[in-house]
Design a protein around this ligand. Structure first.
Ligand code: ZN
Length: 252
């Protein structure tokens, strides 16, 4: 690591749980972020801050005035522009050493594998089940771990999945097949508090960093299949275990 990188990441490197080895691993890692909305914004900020060397940003949406209350990378001047373009511009300015690729495309079952191949982790912060299931199925097929993050009003859910491993659940083991045809979940209908998506997005970034540093530093415990449920109202955190479904259509 060069002296300026050592300076930049000094507070990481002194952590025994991460150390120089963990920081060096982050620099070579590739994380694909699906959804550059309320969860993707803070996740990108903390992953870029952590020095994750390569970031692929995938989202087909443009910035809307109603996004500004929680999607903190965007400003009024960005309204109408592609979210991935604005986010990538921020990331390159924030740390010019990072390799950031913007993909303005809607990810679907027929293009997910091509977009996600080569990633070390996929962080999914998208806002609908059709996208989530397409991403989750592609991750199992590609053998890529998935950090899944979702939000409903004041409840956040974050979990790491490794459904390609014989004894680990995938996202579809968790939610089943019922949501394939529906697009029922939307912030527009339910409302969402900005600080709540910040909590969930930062938590998801933390869980993705665990996957990246597995086998390198003690932070690297991926906690496969452990679903962390954040309650923003109480507040509190519960954790439950998702077990592999032998009848799962994706990984069973
Ligand atoms: Zn499964």
């Amino acid at each position: 690591m060069t002296p300026d990188r050592l300076d930049r990441f000094a507070r990481h490197i002194v952590l025994p749980e991460l150390g120089g080895a963990g920081q060096a691993r982050l620099a070579t890692a590739h994380i694909a972020l699906v959804g550059m909305g309320g969860i993707g914004n803070p996740a990108l900020q903390y992953l870029a801050g952590a020095g994750v060397g390569r970031l692929t940003l995938i989202d087909d949406d443009v910035v809307d005035a109603s996004n500004l209350q929680r999607q903190t990378l965007f400003t009024p001047g960005d309204i109408g522009e592609a979210k991935v373009a604005v986010a990538a511009r921020w990331a390159v300015r924030f740390d010019p050493a990072l390799d950031v690729v913007a993909q303005q495309v809607r990810i679907r079952a027929d293009n997910a594998a091509g977009l996600l191949a080569g990633a070390d982790v996929v962080l999914d912060g998208s806002d609908n089940f059709a996208t989530r299931l397409a991403v989750a199925d592609a991750c199992v097929a590609l053998g890529v771990p998935l950090t899944s993050a979702a939000l409903g009003r004041f409840q956040g859910q974050v979990a790491n999945f490794a459904g390609h491993l014989p004894d680990q659940a995938c996202y579809r083991c968790f939610v089943g097949d019922a949501f394939d045809a529906t697009d029922c979940d939307s912030c527009a209908d339910m409302g969402v508090l900005g600080a709540m998506v910040g909590m969930v997005g930062a938590f998801a970034a933390m869980q993705a960093l665990r996957v990246i540093t597995a086998g390198v530093s003690t932070l690297g415990d991926p906690q496969w299949g452990q679903l962390h449920v954040l309650d923003g109202l109480a507040p509190g955190l519960r954790t439950m275990r998702i077990t592999k479904d032998p009848a799962c259509g994706t990984c069973g």
